[in-house]
Design a protein around this ligand. Structure first.
Ligand SMILES: NC(=O)c1ccc[n+]([C@@H]2O[C@H](COP(=O)([O-])OP(=O)(O)OC[C@H]3O[C@@H](n4cnc5c(N)ncnc54)[C@H](OP(=O)(O)O)[C@@H]3O)[C@@H](O)[C@H]2O)c1
Length: 258
């Protein structure tokens, strides 16, 4: 029997990257899956890929009205939720000296405010024994240039995993976070159009990761399955770092071993 057999699971940003890989893993483990995103074309492609049991709902995490409509759709279709992977997020590259208000707002509206209110709105339909997994990042641990707004947003997500779990304890719902390291998805290409810049970033990051490469989204999905399932029943307010050693053993990276 699958690790999520019979569970109803929401994945925000389930039409690309880590969210899409997790949607595949959740279906494989027997969950009834609801995916969201903003792009109707990729949502439809996911529905066709994963089968007609999957609900693919256009919903902007930055819009509280969209989140209200999403919760109503889930309640009508499934009566409640057992698992939520609140994964949708945006990146962006700007220093504190150059960042515009629009840059800051775009990141915080989706990654922080939208995530906060989505959890508030799904809380009443989360069933006892449920699990919420937030997608944070190792970015707040690094102090890399041009990541201030993004890192700040993900530090908030890490803090939410702790405080949400304290609040939702009364409902017997656990909240934890996954903090991915560099993972091959479209997130970096969304804000960088220069292929040479992207390829330099790829090489630089691989060389500074002890394992010597980027993660595949499926490697994150396996950890999300664990956090979503009863196998992680004693995990509560935790953050699982999955970063090829970038924070645990940075000195083992290829750049230091040449
Ligand atoms: N890749 C990495 O190295 C890495 C590392 C650490 C953390 N993360 C985190 O992992 C999460 C997933 O990113 P990814 O790497 O898989 O990138 P991705 O392939 O670009 O996926 C991002 C997903 O989020 C959705 N999304 C973005 N803004 C949204 C909004 N306002 N409302 C609804 N959906 C929205 C996108 O769907 P639409 O395009 O349809 O809106 C897409 O499905 C993000 O939170 C990211 O910060 C990624």
């Amino acid at each position: 029997m699958g690790k999520l057999a019979g569970k109803v699971a929401l994945i925000t940003g389930g039409n690309s990257g880590i969210g899409l890989a997790t949607a595949h893993a959740f279906v494989r483990e027997g969950a009834k899956v609801v995916v969201t995103g903003r792009d109707p074309a990729t949502l439809e492609a996911v529905r066709q890929e994963l089968g007609s049991d999957v609900l693919a709902i256009p919903s902007d995490q930055a819009s509280l009205a969209d989140s209200d409509r999403l919760v109503a759709r889930i309640q009508a279709a499934h009566g409640g939720l057992d698992v939520a992977f609140v994964n949708a997020g945006v990146g962006g590259s700007a220093s504190v000296q150059t960042a515009t208000e629009a840059h800051f707002d775009q990141i915080f509206d989706t990654n922080v405010k939208g995530l906060f209110f989505l959890v508030q709105k799904i809380a009443p339909i989360m069933r006892s024994g449920g699990s919420i997994v937030l997608n944070s990042s190792i970015s707040p641990y690094h102090g890399s240039p041009n990541t201030s707004a993004y890192s700040g947003s993900k530090a908030a997500v890490r803090a939410f995993a702790r405080s949400f779990s304290a609040d939702l304890r009364t409902q017997n719902v656990r909240v934890n976070a996954i903090a991915p390291g560099p993972t091959e998805t479209s997130i970096f290409g969304r804000t960088r159009s220069d292929p040479a810049q992207l390829s330099a970033l790829r090489e630089r990051v691989a060389a500074s990761t002890p394992i010597g490469r980027w993660a595949q989204p499926e490697e994150m999905a396996e950890v999300v399955v664990f956090l979503a399932s009863d196998a992680s029943s004693f995990m509560f307010g935790a953050e699982v770092v999955v970063d090829g050693g970038m924070t645990g053993a940075p000195g083992a990276a290829p750049i230091y071993r040449a």
